[in-house]
Design a protein around this ligand. Structure first.
Ligand SMILES: [Zn+2]
Length: 445
């Protein structure tokens, strides 16, 4: 059997993943049933250990790295040979369930082929899929030419300091790799699947305007900070934030889908519109073209009859890979100066993450491998850019430039009520991972 070709191994592994369906579903359900959003509980650690158990049971080596009394980050290493190293990094924490669920968010109930629960797609489904892909290959003793590493981390939803960042700083030798996959949900609803080659960066800016207090009946004796703020915000809205040529445009993606689905671009546009509000594909696609801006909060004034001396607004920019956060400050300052109000305005970055992207993705081995496997196994696929931040940015910054996000579930439905993942998507993602591992690392024959 050891002289099977790469293609021969792929066939065996695809069949074996089908045989593992029950175990895959059970693992996904088990980890959904462990609530892992509350740092006061052991949830994040327990999920890591439940994942680890599946691997240990097969003799795959695991280690746990505690970054917090309640977070144990798992690193599992299956070293078959010296050669390339491929890392899978998935987070085990979730966001709080919130209100209005029609099912129990931690029961992992199955209805019509969908597993429901907080984290089903973001991203316990992805964690289950990466784990079972590794198990499928290990069960068959596929003679990979390299090393496969699984890293299940905590703390992603709170920026990753105690999860991926912690592992980069404290267990780098264990997780360093030539390329990495982040199994975050990347389905595109009715259109197909996305191989995410990068992400935009959130830049949050606090703007404060200063005025002078006076009695409301003698307003001209004072200086109204709210009025100054309104002028500035109006100018920013009209000007639009500075942008650079994007890596991928909405038009690119629509034509990629048109090609993948063998349809006209116009028909793709109709599908996007039909997806409707419950699936805001259109908004995600528009986000590709330019830096976006949202005025998120505004506060000011103390009483109706007092001229306000202070007003504060917070703005959420999503910058494109290649842009610097400071450019957003310069943008605001430019308009404040133009309006002659710069001495009345302060601006400060309160959160900044730069965008990041796999360079020349169409020539990148991992990106192309995932793209081809997804096209063959899952369905129509495109290269895409995630509109929000993932731990991928941390791995790219640490030196694993070839970090790609791909996983089961629909990108735009993460964090919503009645979150769910289709069992069919779980199986497809597991197969895409298993086949991609074979193709990326290669097999001995
Ligand atoms: Zn996530």
């Amino acid at each position: 059997m050891s002289n099977l070709t790469e293609n021969g191994w792929e066939q065996k592994v695809l069949d074996h993943v089908d045989r593992l369906e029950n175990e895959l579903v059970k693992l996904c359900q088990d980890i959904i049933r462990i609530p892992s959003w509350d740092r006061e509980t052991r949830g994040e650690a327990e999920v890591a250990h439940r994942v680890g158990k599946t691997l240990e049971h097969r003799g795959i080596q695991t280690e746990y790295f505690s970054s917090h009394p309640n977070i144990d980050n798992l690193v599992a290493t299956w070293k078959v040979n010296k050669g390339k190293r491929l890392l899978f990094n998935g987070h085990v924490d979730v966001v709080p369930p919130g209100e209005d669920w029609t099912v129990d968010p931690f029961a992992a109930e199955i209805r019509d082929g969908l597993i429901y629960g907080r984290g089903a797609m973001d991203m316990k489904g992805g964690v289950a899929a990466m784990t079972m892909a590794c198990c499928a290959l290990h069960d068959l003793e596929v003679p990979l030419k390299g090393t496969l590493i699984l890293n299940a981390v905590g703390d992603e939803e709170r920026q990753g300091t105690l999860g991926t960042t912690w592992c980069i700083e404290n267990a780098w030798e264990k997780i360093k790799a030539d390329a990495a996959v982040i199994p975050e949900p990347s389905g595109m609803g009715p259109l197909g699947y996305a191989v995410n080659i990068g992400e935009k960066g959130p830049v949050w800016v606090k703007v404060t305007t200063k005025g002078k207090k006076a009695h409301g009946s003698m307003a001209t004796a004072g200086k109204n900070a709210i009025t100054i703020m309104l002028k500035l915000l109006q100018a920013l809205e009209e000007a639009k934030p500075p942008s650079i040529p994007p890596v991928l445009t909405r038009e690119d993606v629509v034509s990629q889908f048109a090609m993948a689905l063998k349809k006209e671009s116009q028909q793709i546009e109709s599908l996007i519109q039909e997806a409707g509000e419950s699936n805001p594909l259109s908004a995600v696609l528009e986000g590709l073209d330019a830096t976006s801006m949202n005025i998120g909060t505004i506060t000011g004034g103390v009483l109706t009859n007092v001229v306000p001396d202070r007003c504060e607004a917070q703005i959420d920019f999503r910058i494109l890979p290649g842009q610097k956060p400071e450019e957003m400050i310069n943008f605001i300052r430019f308009h404040a100066e133009r309006l002659g109000i710069s001495t009345d305005c302060d601006m400060e970055i309160i959160e900044a993450i730069e965008g990041s992207v796999v360079p020349t993705h169409r020539q990148n081995k991992l990106a192309v491998t995932l793209f081809n496997a997804s096209t063959e196994i899952a369905g129509p696929s495109v290269f895409f850019l995630v509109p929000f931040a993932t731990d991928g940015r941390l791995l790219r910054r640490a030196g694993i430039e070839s970090t790609v996000a791909y996983g089961p579930g629909n990108t735009v439905l993460a964090h919503t009520v009645d979150e769910n993942v289709a069992i069919d998507d779980l199986i497809k993602a597991t197969k895409v991972f298993a086949v991609s591992i074979i193709r990326y690392l290669g097999v001995k024959n």
